[in-house]
Design a binder for this molecule. Structure first.
Ligand SMILES: NC(=O)c1ccc[n+]([C@@H]2O[C@H](COP(=O)([O-])OP(=O)(O)OC[C@H]3O[C@@H](n4cnc5c(N)ncnc54)[C@H](O)[C@@H]3O)[C@@H](O)[C@H]2O)c1
Length: 372
């Protein structure tokens, strides 16, 4: 279950666990009050270097002052996916333990999805689990990573291979943080919002996105705020029905099977996650047409939306064979056969659909013929 008002979404995970996601601008005071009401014995911030000046000069500064957080309780990790790694955990655990954390401490994860996943994993494991709060600073972490309680780190054998389900106490998204977000990073959030639009069986997210594409890269826009809230509410509705991914939650991987292969083939260095996801969504539509009879008009409507949002759709000079090698190692692959989430229609999905090498080649080559 989830409820939505003008700036708050309530997520009911179970009878014991619920939390609010706040979306707005310049509402620091209400955040500080809510954080204070958690009555933590101590607050720790895990954040990252390289966020914009608004973040450092305004937001983080005020957070430190209001909650009286000394520097020793602030862990700054390096940004970037490579730092969400097992090898970076030791120093952070040591710092937090040395600074006197106990079971009533609260960790604030302030940053993009990398920080959210990493800090959430620290919170899930230190002292066998302490409370934490997600304060996302990217569009992707707002609409996706910070909601739902999946936390993880990377190990040498793969991304997100070690993790836990650990729900936050509160998620607070200040749209002002997006003022400094680089263009490439907007693509990541927008691609996930398109994904939600095509999974949403209520059918309201997609037309709203289509109608408002010109506002969706503007942090000051209330239309962006509504689109973000709709997207969070959609994700919340899925997580509320299947917190631990025993089934339905797998639909959130729409477009991601190809995306993960693209990222893995290019060693996570060429594309942002969203650039891989937007290409993967096109492949998924072509596969859906062939395997589940998705109407071509639905594919066209997704392509239309993604083109209006300037999301990349091409195959980037990569061959189907290159990707097939990597599809074999996808977490959802069973017996060497990749399992995709596909669509029968917009809002009508099926997960765990086996896709043969031939079908994948056909879809990828069609994408290459159409978009280069
Ligand atoms: N837990 C989940 O359910 C879930 C879901 C989706 C993605 N993820 C994870 O999220 C991560 C990706 O998250 P992301 O896309 O937010 O990437 P990210 O955390 O790496 O941030 C992207 C870049 O933007 C910069 N940045 C962040 N906020 C900024 C701001 N306000 N102004 C200027 N620059 C800013 C960062 O320094 C970084 O360079 C991946 O590790 C992925 O596995 C997790």
């Amino acid at each position: 279950m989830h409820t939505l008002d003008s700036s708050k979404i309530n997520i009911q995970i179970s009878s014991e666990k619920e939390y609010d996601v706040f979306v707005g601008r310049g509402f620091h005071d209400s955040l500080f009050q809510k954080l204070a009401s958690l009555q933590a014995s101590s607050y720790f911030i895990i954040s990252q270097k390289g966020l914009g000046p608004f973040f450092f000069n305004d937001f983080l500064d005020q957070l430190k002052k209001h909650l009286e957080i000394p520097d020793k309780q602030i862990c700054m990790i390096e940004g970037g996916e490579e730092n969400k790694h097992l090898s970076r955990l030791g120093p952070v655990y040591n710092q937090i333990i040395d600074a006197g954390a106990d079971r009533k401490s609260v960790i604030l994860a302030v940053g993009g999805g990398v920080v959210g996943d990493f800090a959430g994993f620290v919170a899930a494991t230190i002292q066998r689990g302490v409370r934490f709060v997600q304060i996302p600073s990217t569009l992707l972490s707002a609409v996706d990573a910070s909601v739902g309680g999946k936390v993880a780190i990377n190990v040498d054998r793969g991304k997100n291979m070690v993790g836990a389900f650990h729900q936050p106490e509160l998620v607070y998204f200040n749209l002002d943080l997006l003022k400094t977000l680089p263009e490439k990073e907007w693509n990541c959030g927008l691609a996930e919002m398109v994904k939600h639009g095509f999974l949403d069986s209520q059918g309201q997210i997609y037309p709203f996105l289509l109608e408002n594409t010109v506002h969706l890269r503007d942090p000051a826009s209330d239309l962006l705020k509504k689109a973000v809230m709709d997207s969070i509410a959609f994700k919340a509705s899925v997580v509320a029905r299947d917190e631990k991914e025993s089934g339905l939650r797998a639909i959130l991987n729409l477009g991601h099977t190809t995306a993960h292969a693209l990222e893995s083939f290019t060693e996570y260095s060429r594309f942002s996650h969203g650039e891989a996801v937007s290409r993967g969504l096109v492949t998924m539509m072509y596969l859906s047409e062939e395997i589940l009879g998705l109407p071509e008009a639905d594919t066209k409507s997704m392509i239309d939306l993604m083109q209006k949002l300037n999301l990349p759709l091409d195959t980037a000079g990569i061959s189907a064979d290159d990707l097939l090698e990597h599809l074999k190692y996808d977490k959802k692959t069973v017996g060497g056969i990749p399992q995709f989430v596909l669509l029968r229609r917009r809002g009508d999905y099926e997960y765990g659909v086996k896709v043969s090498e031939e079908s994948f080649q056909k879809a990828w080559n069609r994408q290459k013929a159409q978009f280069g």
